[in-house]
Design a binder for this molecule. Structure first.
Ligand SMILES: Nc1ncnc2c1ncn2[C@@H]1O[C@H](COP(=O)(O)OP(=O)(O)OP(=O)(O)O)[C@@H](O)[C@H]1O
Length: 588
């Protein structure tokens, strides 16, 4: 049995064991708090560590869960088992509203917005008479099942840690799924994910709500454990502390959330006693120590303390269980000779600079068209106009008979236009197979909940089967389980092509696929492109390597200073004096 499995079994077995061992009550209470804090910091692993969205406002969601159950049980006599769901509903609604408003913001605006949200909820809780103002609400009843008190001590420990472990496993399942790969793809920016047809905004809102729900469950438990609620537990200071826990533990790792919460809770208690003794006066000196520890961790161990453990653990290879999975549905392919792409006088102006000046060309089914020109000619901009990454100033792009100008890149990609990037965009810590499966995102449908409940297995097998098929198609069958970040440039670029092919595209757009490749790798790439062409794939190739372009292209479009210099067969273009002059930099 591998060490990971042993560790997990030990963790699961520890819960009932701790409950029956004669541990002092103090330690059970400590573990109860660690469990409660871990629930919130687990949400932050998803939101901040995996999704790349920083929130200082999680404590406010803990507050919504806590105050809802307190108010409904105290004033209306509802059962806590009902108020849990009322609290979750309130949390979901408020997270949805806050999320929809703030998650379109980028950079530092989002953390600032979550600070504002955390502050405003804190003062709302502190100023409402119905919520007992800053004194809060007292006399909340303990949790019980059939008259048996499970709201304190060991029983509460079992309840909290059972919920925590259940959610931790649900999160692990989520991260290893179609939805999880989409969430992981957002961290380095939204461009790659959107090009895979993923609505990054929808996933951002989803993980924001999910993290808030985790916090809400913690709030519900906390209210019945402490039997009182007041705003101080849900203010900005706590919001920052939750973030500390997640970052210190290892914000990218599920188990890091628990490690971080445990460490902060235990250190906090010890330092509160030790530091005043050492310094000789009382004060919140532990905050200063945490601040320094945080800076050191961020500087020297940005992936948190859990990454030290993770490094020591053996990597588990995914079990190949999809050999008999059903094939994914395929889109209808263009007939030979059909115009797949019709670029009609597209123009892009950046202020006074016309980067693309009324460029027109067509691609027919099964053709490889090369878009060439000196540096700064406007090739990448043209590429981005076609794929919807940039909006055009004027003109139109017709893809398979449909005008796509003005559509966002994810919609264009869903119509069957798949692309690679000039600078490879991938998730370095995922395997090649998982990266490639991301390309088939729009060919699956299972979302977050089926992933957490693990009812998505059949679809996952179909996606992996397709990813393997595409990797084998381009000769990368031996790399399935390799970590993508460990690949050399050549295989990385091939991996991107396999990922694009996973979308079952009618048109493949390759942005400088030969850049950084060695001679042999370029030859292999040329073979792959010719093979794809034989299989009926149409390709638009932006490329500087003239040998490759002349070898594989049927038709060339030459640009210079944003304008169309000429177009035609490679032989025709090679003979054109204007092209020679453009490349040699002479007058024409
Ligand atoms: N976002 C932008 N804002 C302003 N100018 C831009 C922007 N993107 C590109 N440009 C300008 O548009 C022109 C065309 O750039 P583009 O990157 O499309 O050329 P290219 O042919 O792809 O060059 P290369 O081969 O070096 O990648 C350049 O003068 C560039 O500086």
């Amino acid at each position: 049995m591998d060490i990971r499995k042993t560790g997990l079994i030990a963790l699961i077995a520890a819960v009932p064991l701790i409950a029956v061992l004669p541990l002092p009550d103090f330690w059970i209470t400590q573990l109860n708090y660690i469990g409660l804090y871990s629930l919130t910091s687990l949400g932050l692993v998803l939101l901040t560590g995996i999704g790349g969205l920083t929130s200082f406002g999680q404590a406010a969601f803990v507050g919504i869960g806590a105050y809802t159950t307190a108010w409904f049980t105290l004033n209306l006599g509802y059962s806590p088992w009902v108020t849990l769901f009322i609290g979750l509903a309130f949390t979901a609604i408020s997270a949805l509203v806050v999320g929809v408003i703030t998650l379109r913001m980028s950079g530092h605006y989002l953390p600032l917005a979550t600070i504002a949200w955390g502050l405003s909820l804190y003062y709302t809780m502190g100023n409402l008479d119905a919520l007992g103002k800053y004194d809060g609400l007292l006399g909340i009843k303990s949790l019980s099942i059939a008259g048996f008190d499970i709201g304190q001590g060991r029983a509460f420990f079992v309840l909290t840690w059972a919920i925590l472990l259940m959610l931790a496993f649900a999160l692990l399942h989520l991260l290893d799924s179609r939805a999880g790969r989409a969430i992981r793809a957002m961290k380095g920016g939204s461009q790659m994910a959107e090009a895979m047809g993923i609505s990054t905004f929808r996933y951002k809102v989803t993980i924001f709500v999910l993290a808030a729900l985790f916090a809400s469950v913690a709030g519900w438990l906390l209210a019945h454990f402490q039997r009182t609620v007041n705003p101080s537990a849900f203010g900005l200071k706590m919001g920052i502390e939750y973030l500390f826990m997640a970052v210190l533990g290892g914000v990218g790792h599920v188990w890091g959330a628990i490690a971080g919460a445990g460490l902060i809770k235990l250190l906090d208690d010890q330092l509160q006693v030790l530091l005043p003794k050492l310094i000789g006066t009382s004060g919140s000196y532990e905050v200063i120590v945490f601040g320094i520890a945080m800076v050191l961790v961020l500087k020297y161990l940005p992936d948190g303390l859990w990454s030290l453990v993770e490094r020591k653990l053996p990597r588990k290879q995914r079990k190949v269980d999809w050999a008999n999975a059903a094939a994914l549905p395929e889109r209808s392919k263009p007939a030979a000779g059909e115009v797949v792409l019709d670029v009609q006088a597209i123009r892009k102006q950046f202020g006074g600079l016309t980067a693309v000046n009324d460029i027109s060309f067509q691609i027919q089914a099964g053709q490889i068209v090369g878009l060439i020109g000196p540096n700064g000619a406007g090739k990448s901009t043209t590429f981005n106009l076609i794929t919807g990454v940039l909006g055009m100033t004027s003109g139109q792009v017709v893809f398979r008979g449909q005008a796509v100008g003005g559509k966002p890149s994810r919609e264009i990609s869903r119509l069957g236009m798949a692309r690679t990037f000039q600078h490879v965009k991938m998730i370095a810590d995922m395997t090649v197979l998982e990266n490639v499966a991301l390309g088939a995102h729009t060919r699956g449908s299972k979302g977050v909940l089926p992933a957490m409940l693990r009812t998505n297995r059949a679809e996952e097998q179909r996606l992996f089967r397709e990813a393997q098929r595409q990797l084998e198609r381009i000769g990368m069958g031996a790399y399935l389980h390799e970590q993508a970040g460990n690949l050399a440039m050549g295989p990385q670029r091939l991996m991107e092509i396999a990922r694009a092919l996973c979308a079952d595209p009618a048109l493949l757009l390759l942005d400088e696929p030969a850049a950084g490749l060695r001679h042999k790798e370029k030859q292999a790439l040329a073979d792959v492109l010719r093979q794809l062409q034989r299989e009926g794939v149409s390709i638009l190739l932006v490329e500087h390597d003239m040998d490759l372009v002349m070898q594989v292209c049927d038709h060339l479009v030459v640009m210079e200073f944003g304008t169309l210099l000429t177009q035609g067969t490679p032989a025709h273009v090679q003979q054109d004096p204007k092209v020679r002059a453009a490349y040699l930099g002479t007058e024409h």
